[in-house]
Write a protein that binds this ligand. Structure first.
Ligand SMILES: [Zn+2]
Length: 150
C-alpha cells in the first residue's frame, strides 16, 4: 500500500518520542491502517462498535473525574480512579486541540481484569477506531475491553 504524505506524517507522529514519550505503536510492526482494520474485524466478531466503547469509556471517565474521590465503585464491580496529570497531549492523526494527560484506571472486581486509558484514547477510538499497537503502553485490546466492561 502506498502511503500519502499525510499518512506518513501520522505514522511518524505515532513513534515513540515524537508526540509522547512512549508513542502509540509499541513493538507492533504493522502499519496503523492494518492495526485499525484488524481491530475493526475483531470488534465485529465481538458485536461492539468503536462508538459504544468510546461512549462507555467517556461515561466512566466523567464519573470518576467528577467524584473528587480517590476511587469510585460503579455497578458494584468496577473500581475506577482518575489520576490527573498536568499538561495536554495531541492527536497523532492531526486533529487540532489537546487532550488532558490524565490516566483512568479501572479494575473489574468480578474477574480481576484491569484496564488503563487516557482521554486521548477515547478520542482515538471514537474518531479513528485506533486502539494503539501491540505492546503500546495504552493499547486497549477489544477482547479485553469486552471482558472488562461489557
Ligand atoms: Zn484525532
Amino acid at each position: 500500500m502506498k502511503e500519502t504524505p499525510q499518512e506518513k506524517k501520522i505514522h511518524e507522529n505515532m513513534k515513540a518520542g515524537v508526540l509522547t514519550m512512549h508513542g502509540f505503536l509499541g513493538d507492533d510492526d504493522r502499519h496503523f491502517h492494518e492495526i485499525i482494520a484488524e481491530d475493526k474485524a475483531a470488534l465485529e466478531k465481538l458485536g461492539l462498535s468503536c462508538y459504544q466503547i468510546a461512549d462507555k469509556l467517556q461515561q466512566i471517565t466523567d464519573k470518576a473525574y467528577n467524584s473528587y474521590q480517590d476511587s469510585i465503585l460503579l455497578d458494584d464491580k468496577l473500581l475506577v480512579s482518575y489520576n490527573s496529570v498536568r499538561g495536554k497531549t495531541i492527536c497523532p492523526f492531526g486533529h487540532p486541540g489537546g487532550y488532558p494527560k490524565g490516566e483512568i484506571k479501572l479494575k473489574n472486581l468480578e474477574n480481576g481484569r484491569t484496564i488503563v486509558w487516557t482521554p486521548l484514547n477515547i478520542h482515538m477510538i471514537r474518531e479513528h477506531c485506533f486502539f494503539e499497537g501491540e505492546g503500546s503502553k495504552h493499547r486497549l485490546d477489544p477482547q479485553i475491553i469486552k471482558k472488562t466492561l461489557f
